[in-house]
Design a protein around this ligand. Sequence first.
Ligand code: P5A
Length: 465
Amino acid sequence: MRLSRYFLPVLKETPSEAQIASHRLMLRAGMIKQASAGIYSWLPMGFKVLKKIEAIVHEEQMRAGHIPMLMPTLQSADLWRESGRYDDYGEEMLRITDRHGRDMLYGPTNEELITDIFRSHVGSYKDLPLTLYHIQWKFRDEIRPRFGVMRGREFYMKDGYNFDIDYDSAIHAYNRHMVSYLRTYERMGLKAIPMRADSGPIGGDDTHEFLVLADTGESEVFYDSAILDLTLGERKVNYDDRGECAGIVKEWTTPYARTDETHDPALYAEIPEARRKSSRGIEVGQIFYFGTKYSEPMGATVTNDKGERVPVHMGSHGIGVSRLVGAIIEASHDEKGIIWPEGVTPFHCGIVNLKQGDAEADAACAGIYKALTDKGLEPLYDDREERAGAKFATMDLIGLPWRITVGPRGLKNGVVELTCRRTGDSEEMTPAAAVAKVADIYAPHGPDAAPHWEPMAKSSFHTWL
Ligand code: P5A
């Protein structure tokens, strides 16, 4: 993409309404624009990051064997009356009446709708286990929407629902979700810690929240710092293997880690003092096992192997896709701007032309652009007639992890400069070497050069990103 043809409405001033770094930076970098309180338009670069995050979530869900689909944003109130949540949900639910006087609502979550789909089509234990998910806009009429996309009223969520014949099978689904979520966050460059939590209006006893540590987080959390050393890394997981998934969950849930809702000071005091930590955290996901809470009142039953009708065991599992955009920025920025992790960056590499209009510099930039594109990468080429300082400031603000700087002086010696946004380190090299290095950074690595994040078979949601 050439910046002169893109739409990147960068702000010079720091917007006064934004209290935290991610909100400020998303506004300044022209990623979002508030439409009304807690409701945002996603401008092109914000949209791109949102879609990158969405693609990672899809890949990891499908890898775990979960099946994508799409449910509507508007739901009928009748289903929620069946579960008993229509009255319980309170003022956070946006209630709408259609022209025929029918009660509708903008879905804050989808347990009822998916349970209705299940009971309409599935009747036998032979069709289980089944996990369906979608990524769709939700609406919660939060009393205090704030921090930009972190606590919006309209927000984008991945929500998945498992249907299992018994408790053991449902707990395997819970574990599978925990492992796939750990993988998902790692790919986004995040350390998200699973913490025992409270289930709130979703219900059930077994629930974990995933928290990214950040001073600006809304939750207070307590944990054993030993948990920070855990990573999944290159480990390959067989999601059908109950023992393997349970083992990983055990590893991650053995060190103490709880939100303030479930904090137990006595247990916490047993952690060696040097490892006892409390801080703030951003909740980027939550998983629940709630048994038959919805299947019983809504009659979602199947016949078991003895021919009896039994309610299915269910859980639901959410990832805050739009919140993640803010959470990643909170975890990865400096005073100059955003620093995107490679996994979610809107463009792989910036190209800065120090002397637009200089025939040699223009030709070198065009050559680098083409070479990167030919390698399947997407560069952002700042081809505007601007001062070098302004171009650097824009690149630093929008946070592309790598930048190639091209100017007549360097070209005389046959070199350009490759700069890492995170460290600020620059290296001079030939244009071909710079392209090769950037391509290598984004290529799969590891002992068998096929890490877990190797893109899966291309499908429709990848092709238009
Ligand atoms: C699980 C999926 C649920 O709603 N039902 C379906 C369950 N869980 S949850 O914890 O309430 O939400 C899942 C994740 O959505 C994000 N989230 C939000 N993001 C932005 N703005 C909001 N107002 C908001 N509310 C929830 C969180 O990341 C949460 O973990």
